[in-house]
Design a protein around this ligand. Sequence first.
Ligand code: DC
Length: 231
Amino acid sequence: MSEDSPVIAIDGPSGSGKGVITHKLAAHLGFHILDSGALYRLIGLAAKKHAISFDDEAALAEQARVLTVRFEPTGDAEEPLRILLEGVDVTLELRTDEAGVDASRVAPLPGVRDGIGELQRSFKQPPGLVADGRDMGTVVFTDATVKIYLTASAQARAERRYNQLKDKDIGVNLHDLFQSIQARDERDMNRKVAPLKPAEDAHVIDSTEIDIDEVFRQVLTIVKEKLGSKP
Ligand code: DC
């Protein structure tokens, strides 16, 4: 029955607004959410917790396969999901820049990506799924009903991330963040396995000059057309 559930794939680089759009869209449609970036962040965190070296691909792949994670709705629009790793709430820890950097080190490993393939696809459940990531439309859900690729300049993305982290009292420096985003883009776009790029059939939206409400309006128009209903 999950075969019939629509999937909306939202891909794009760090800070492009994917997370916000994913949560708004899922709330609007009553769909489930897959935050695939959180899964890579969780693997990095679990590796550190279990003293697994980032050079040990076999052990990281095994960690990916046995990842024990729970996503619990919080009812809070700002932070809609509580994420538990092996029963421990790691929601805030996952959002740090360090967790993002660690994630981008484990994410290029094919064994790690294969290890969470099944887990990712298991999120496809009725009434539908909004899947946020880098390869949702190109690898994990190639038959997604709608594919969106969100992008924005690295400067605009660094500023947005800075404001988000500041609001959560996570201390960061804008210049460091900009450099970190550029380095992460470089790794995500140039890796051999599942590089970040728009699917051929993706709708590309550049949000550098438009605000998040306008991005959401454009996404909703596309989704509405594809789902053939009134989302
Ligand atoms: O979206 P994010 O910042 O939480 O992602 C963290 C890292 O995980 C990012 O550097 C790239 C990687 N990632 C990936 O390779 N594939 C995905 N589908 C999602 C994230």
